[in-house]
Structures are given as C-alpha cells and as structure tokens.
Design a protein around this ligand. Structure first.
Ligand code: ZN
Ligand code: ZN
Length: 260
C-alpha cells in the first residue's frame, strides 16, 4: 500500500471529481492521503473530507504564500489541531519565490506554527522554496527537532536534505522526482536514508511523468514511488512498504485504515 502524504483534495480541480479519484486510488493501491490545510478560511472543507473518509487525514496551517488571510496565533492552531483527524501542523514554512522581499511576517508565522506543533506533539509539514537557509535556521532556533516533521515536495540539494535529516526531519519527494532535469533532487533521493523518506503528489499541482502538464491526483504517487525504486535499485513493493511504514511512524495520530 502507498500513502500520498500531501495533497489538496479540497481544491476545486479535485473536489469536483472525488468519486473517480478514489476509484483510481484503489486501483493503484494508494490506501490513504493527507489533505493539507493552506489557510484557516478553507480549513473546514479540508477537515470535512477527513471526517467523511476513514482513509483521509487533515492538517491545519497557513501557507507562507497567503498574505491577506486570517493570521493564526498559536492558541488557534493548537485548538484546531486537537481534532483527532488532524495529524500534523502545516503546511507552513517560508516561500521566497514569489515574495522576493522576504517579509518578516513569513518568519513570524512559521515560528508560531512550530511552537503550536511542539505544544500539540503533532509534527510539522514544512514548505520550503528558495528559502533553505532561513527555514533550517528557524527550525533549529525553535527546537523543532523535538516534534519533527517532513520537508514536503523536496526540491533542494543533498546538502540541504542532510541538514534537515540531522534536525530529525523526514524528506518527501513529489512528482518533480520523475522529471529528467531533476538531477540534484534525484541525488538527494538516492542518498537519504530509506527509513526517512515519504512520497507525495502535492496534487493538483506537479503531475509526475507521464502525466506532466495534466492535473495531478493522489493515485499518481505510484509514479513517484516507481522512480524512487528505480533510483535506489529496489522493487516498487519495497519502496511502498518502507515509505508507508515511515508515514505511520512519523504521523503517530494517523491510524492505518482497515484493508477491505
Ligand atoms: Zn507546499
Ligand atoms: Zn501543498
């Protein structure tokens, strides 16, 4: 069984087609998926999915790309994270790709998420884009290693992966791993310890080869796992078994669904 550790099933591209999406998850042995929260306004929809489906989980957080949304304080995050189907805090982190001025509020918001994660004991889902140095520094300064988490949709070098691993974090690879020009990411996927790797789609974004350019969906996490198997000289079954075990080790509040 595979797990899609990061998707956005509440986004309209996907939420309109849930029946066929669930059917393709079954056909591809993708047993569960995590619906990732990106802001508080849309969180009820994310949670509703997790409440309605035993094999879906939710996370709560405000993504660093959202500037003009309700700003979460620690207490609010802690309160929302109490729900048993909320398995992590995030996605949170720093994204300097679009906000080249590196605004201070991104770092403040990130620190609040880390503090809430430590209080709740629920790990972090970290979004890091063009911001590796600050992201790692803040994780270190806030002592995020006690709760850990995942560097989601990893697009950095092995050196950055190594530092995140040293902090106690897991590394999650997305469909980008299947792209021919993703040389540094492939290297990180080869060198990271197998017991610290997760797989994800980040759907509806970033469809893997051979679906590149089309809307992505959780079933396609299988292509990420196949690429990982290829890069490490393992079978798909070995990668599925390892990454699924890693998922449930990290996200202790997620219970394994009963297989039909
Ligand atoms: Zn992200
Ligand atoms: Zn995401």
């Amino acid at each position: 069984m595979l797990v899609d550790s990061h998707c956005h099933l509440d986004f309209p591209d996907l939420s309109r087609r849930l029946t066929e999406i669930f059917e393709r998850m079954r056909q591809n042995d993708v047993g569960c998926a995590v619906c990732i929260g990106v802001n508080l306004e849309d969180f009820p929809g994310v949670l509703a999915l997790a409440e309605a489906h035993p094999n879906l989980y939710a996370t709560v957080g405000v993504h660093p790309e959202y500037a003009d949304v309700e700003e979460p304080d620690e207490a609010r995050l802690i309160e929302l994270a109490r729900h048993p189907k909320v398995i992590a805090i995030g996605e949170t982190g720093l994204d300097y790709h679009w906000q080249k001025d590196r605004p201070e509020w991104q770092r403040d918001r990130f620190r609040r998420h880390i503090r809430a994660a430590i209080v709740t004991g629920k790990p972090l889902v970290v979004h890091m884009r063009d911001s590796a140095e600050d992201t790692l520094r803040i994780l270190k300064e806030e002592g995020a290693g006690v709760v850990g988490g995942v560097m989601h949709c990893f697009t950095e070098t092995w050196e950055v992966a190594r530092q995140a691993l040293d902090l106690g974090f897991h590394i999650s690879f997305s469909g980008i791993l299947t792209f021919k020009n993703a040389i540094a990411i492939k290297e990180a996927a080869q060198k990271s310890p197998l017991e610290r790797i997760l797989v994800e789609t980040d759907s509806p974004y970033l469809a893997p080869a051979p679906h590149r350019g089309k809307p992505n969906e959780p079933a396609f996490v299988r292509h990420v796992a196949e690429e990982l198997a290829h890069l490490r000289g393992l079978s798909l079954e070995q990668v599925a078994e390892a990454t699924t075990a890693n998922f449930f080790n990290l996200f202790k509040h997620a219970s394994r669904p009963i297989q039909p």
